[in-house]
Design a binder for this molecule. Structure first.
Ligand SMILES: Cc1cc2nc3c(=O)[nH]c(=O)nc-3n(C[C@H](O)[C@H](O)[C@H](O)COP(=O)(O)OP(=O)(O)OC[C@H]3O[C@@H](n4cnc5c(N)ncnc54)[C@H](O)[C@@H]3O)c2cc1C
Length: 393
């Protein structure tokens, strides 16, 4: 094995924490830089797909994560009228195939516990703002003026709003979606064994994602600019509309007594033509953030971390590893980025004609067995690329 390297990792989200553990376990000297003051359980419910489950299984923490997650047998979308739009049953790919709804905090806590088993220098309150290259490596400077490094290589996993793409001299195209979600996590067990989405065309959408431990994440899709108007109309009016969409949401709505409990989230699509130079590489949402409509974000982030660690083990230099990693991930990421980008407006946008088209076509697509299998491989996070079959971690 080449190295050991001195490695700086920026960001302790899913991609950064997974990388920190794997790379420290390989014997590298890892420094994890995080701008937050604590490694805390923040975030909403996320979908843990088969690809993400496989990484967690190999990390040895799948069982402890799913002990606090809700097993999902299907993705169920129905119209406001009550008729089904589509039911995607995981078990139709193969017996035993399932997803899990899990709070991002549960996943992050499990990953941080792993990080603590290794010798990782964790630097909190360290918001990285600049890099400095020298023959001895790359040094990073944080907002407090502290210098970290030099490092032989730096893994940047600072999320979809990454400031470091620009600061480190990389170009990215960032598309901000006009639609986002209001979401809340609350005690509720009204929906079981499925992710339930209730839609009216592509203009309105209510989602209920069971999370385990008796919790559920509820999200309400809306154009981001409409939020002030919605707030002005008052909570009672919003609750009444949500209840019209889904009586199952009653338990969560009982928990909501203030607009401030509802968090507005917008999303963006990020693409970078070049994700690395000879010493720095971007992974996770920083490199390829997508809308959440295919529910792949944490899964892609973990697969990135896994494959980067493998590439560093096998290649003679960091640059050779970055190149091997990029080659290996290219078709997989291109597929998920393109499909998510193309599909998102069919689920949330102002173009109602796309919603009609979706309502007409979507129920018929799974009738063709080959298409159904591709759809299942895609949602489970296992489609290797446009012309590839199943991806294995
Ligand atoms: C509404 C919504 C719903 C979603 N639903 C799903 C879903 O169902 N399934 C799914 O898989 N994914 C989902 N996602 C996406 C998922 O949350 C992300 O894809 C995933 O968290 C990406 O992990 P990451 O480690 O790349 O980035 P992040 O989790 O964003 O972590 C970035 C970290 O970097 C830190 N940081 C940022 N800048 C700096 C800096 N300069 N210096 C130091 N630290 C820094 C941040 O504090 C943070 O800890 C959803 C996203 C949204 C917005």
């Amino acid at each position: 094995m080449p190295g050991p390297y001195r490695i700086g990792i920026v960001g302790s989200g899913v991609a950064g924490a997974t990388s920190a553990y794997l790379l420290a376990r390989e014997g590298h000297r890892v420094t994890l830089l995080e701008r937050a003051g604590t490694l805390g359980p923040v975030g909403a419910g996320v979908l843990l797909q088969c690809s993400g489950q496989e990484v967690l299984r190999r990390l040895g923490i799948l069982d402890s994560v799913i002990a606090h997650a809700a097993r999902l047998d299907e993705l169920h979308a129905r119209h406001l009228s009550g008729s089904d739009l589509i039911r995607t049953r995981y078990g139709e790919l193969e017996p035993g195939c399932q997803a899990y709804g899990v709070h991002r905090g549960v996943l992050c806590n499990a990953l941080f516990s792993l990080v603590r088993t290794q010798t990782v220098d964790v630097c909190l309150k360290s918001e990285v703002i600049a890099r400095e290259d020298s023959p001895g490596g790359v040094s990073l400077t944080d907002q407090g003026g502290r210098r970290h490094g030099p490092f032989d290589l730096v893994v940047v996993a600072d999320g979809s709003r990454s400031q470091l793409r620009k600061a480190f001299g990389f170009r990215a195209s960032v598309h901000e979606y006009a639609h986002g979600t209001l979401w809340i996590t609350a005690p509720c067990v009204a929906v079981q064994r499925e992710l339930l989405q209730v839609v009216r065309g592509n203009a309105k959408m209510l989602g209920m994602l069971p999370l385990g431990d008796g919790l559920c994440s509820m999200y309400w899709g809306l154009p981001v600019v409409e939020f002030p108007r919605l707030k002005a109309q008052g909570l009672a009016s919003l609750k009444a509309e949500i209840l019209r969409f889904s009586p199952e949401a009653a338990g969560v709505l009982d928990f909501v007594c203030d607009f401030e409990q509802l968090l507005l989230t917008s999303y963006r699509h990020v693409s970078m033509r070049r994700r690395h130079d000879d010493r720095i590489i971007f992974i996770g949402d920083a490199a390829h953030a997508m809308s959440p409509h295919l529910g792949q974000g944490i899964n892609l982030a973990m697969v990135d971390a896994w494959r980067l660690a493998e590439s560093l083990r096998d290649a003679p230099t960091p640059l050779a590893a970055f190149r091997a990693f990029s080659r290996r991930q290219r078709e997989y990421l291109r597929y998920y980025a393109t499909v998510t980008y193309l599909l998102s407006p069919f689920f949330q946008s102002d173009w109602s004609i796309l919603g009609w088209g979706r309502d007409l076509a979507l129920p018929w697509l799974p009738v063709i067995p080959w298409v159904k299998r591709q759809m299942l491989l895609t949602v489970t996070g296992q489609k290797g690329g446009f012309f590839q079959g199943r991806m294995t971690v």
